[in-house]
Design a protein around this ligand. Structure first.
Ligand SMILES: Nc1ncnc2c1ncn2[C@@H]1O[C@H](COP(=O)(O)OP(=O)(O)OP(=O)(O)O)[C@@H](O)[C@H]1O
Ligand SMILES: [Mg+2]
Length: 273
C-alpha cells in the first residue's frame, strides 16, 4: 500500500460572511497516493490550498471530510515521523541556530552530547557553518529558512513536508540546496512532499508533479517526470538545458497558466458582484 493516501479529502473554513453558516471550500475531494520514497511536488496558483494540504498531512489541522492515511493509519495529529519546513520561518527566537536544530533532536531522544555535533553537521550541510551561535534575528531570511531545513533533516523523519522552502533564497543558493536535497533524498530514501511556485524547481526535483486547481482546490493532473537515468551522473546544468526538461516545463506551465487565468477571472467576477 502507498505510504501516504489522501481519500476524498475536503477542507472548508468558516467565513466571516454575514450569511449564516457560510463556508469556504479550500480543498475539495483530494484523492492522491504517494509511494514510499517518492518525491512528489505540488504546484498551483496562490491560494489554491497547497499549504492547507501540507498542514493536513502534518496533522496540524483535520479534514472536514475524508481522511489521510500514513502507513495505513489515519493521521490524527503531528508526529516525529513527519518533518515540516513551513512557508514562513518557524524558528524559536530565543534560541541560536544551533539551539534550533538541537530542538528537533531533543524530542527524538538523541543524547545531549551527540546533539550539538549532529546539529553542527546539518548546519554545515545547508551552508551555515560559522553561524551556529547567531539568533534568528541576526540571520537573513534565507539563512533562517536554511536553519529550518537543517532542523527538519537532523532528526531524520521518514517523511519530509516542505512548503516553498527555497522561495526566499537567491538563485544560486536555491540551486545548490535543490541539489543537496536531491542527494539527501537519494541517499536516505525519504518520502518528500514539496510545494513550490517554481516550475523549473518542480521539474528538477519531482518524480511526479501534482497540479492543483484554484477554488476549490482539486487535483487537476499529476504529471510523471522522468529523465531516464538522469539522476545518475547528470549535473543540474545538463539536466536543465535538455530538451526533455523544456518539454516538461512547458507541459506544467500550460496546466498552471490555465489555472492562474481561471483564478484571476473568478476574482474579477467576485469583485464586480
Ligand atoms: N485558517 C484559515 N481560515 C480561513 N481560511 C483559510 C485558513 N487557512 C487558509 N485559508 C484559505 O484557504 C485557501 C487556501 O490557503 P492556502 O494557504 O492553503 O493556499 P496556498 O495554495 O498555500 O497559497 P500560497 O501559494 O499563496 O501560499 C485560501 O483562500 C485561504 O484564504
Ligand atoms: Mg502556501
Amino acid at each position: 500500500m502507498a505510504k501516504i493516501v489522501f481519500e476524498s479529502v475536503t477542507k472548508t473554513f468558516p467565513t466571516k460572511d454575514k450569511k449564516e453558516k457560510a463556508e469556504f471550500t479550500a480543498l475539495d475531494g483530494i484523492d492522491l497516493e504517494i509511494e514510499a520514497g517518492e518525491f512528489l511536488v505540488v504546484v498551483g496558483p496562490s491560494g489554491c490550498g497547497k499549504s492547507t494540504l501540507l498542514d493536513l498531512l502534518g496533522g496540524l489541522t483535520r479534514p472536514t471530510s475524508g481522511q489521510i492515511l500514513l502507513d495505513g493509519r489515519p493521521v490524527t495529529g503531528p508526529g516525529l515521523d513527519r518533518g515540516i519546513v513551513f512557508q514562513q520561518y518557524a524558528l524559536l527566537p530565543w534560541r541560536t541556530a544551533l539551539g534550533n536544530v538541537e530542538f528537533g533532536l531533543e524530542a527524538t531522544g538523541v543524547p545531549r552530547r551527540q546533539r550539538a555535533a549532529k546539529a553542527r553537521e546539518f548546519l554545515d550541510l545547508v551552508g551555515l557553518a560559522g553561524f551556529e551561535d547567531r539568533h534568528p534575528h541576526e540571520l537573513s531570511g534565507g539563512m533562517r529558512q536554511r536553519v529550518a531545513i537543517a532542523r527538519s533533516l537532523a532528526y531524520d523523519p521518514d517523511v519530509l513536508l516542505m512548503d516553498e522552502p527555497f522561495a526566499a533564497l537567491d538563485a544560486q543558493t536555491r540551486e545548490s540546496l535543490q541539489d543537496e536535497l536531491r542527494r539527501i533524498w537519494q541517499r536516505t530514501g525519504k518520502t518528500v512532499v514539496f510545494i513550490t511556485h517554481g516550475i523549473e524547481e518542480a521539474v528538477y526535483l519531482g518524480q511526479r508533479v501534482a497540479v492543483i486547481t484554484s477554488r476549490p482546490g482539486r487535483v487537476k493532473e499529476v504529471v510523471p517526470v522522468s529523465f531516464g537515468d538522469r539522476a545518475i551522473g547528470a549535473s543540474g546544468e545538463d539536466l536543465r538545458s535538455s530538451p526533455e526538461f523544456a518539454r516538461y516545463r512547458h507541459e506544467i506551465w500550460t496546466l498552471l497558466h490555465d489555472e492562474v487565468a481561471r483564478a484571476q477571472q473568478l476574482e474579477k467576477e467576485e469583485a464586480s458582484v
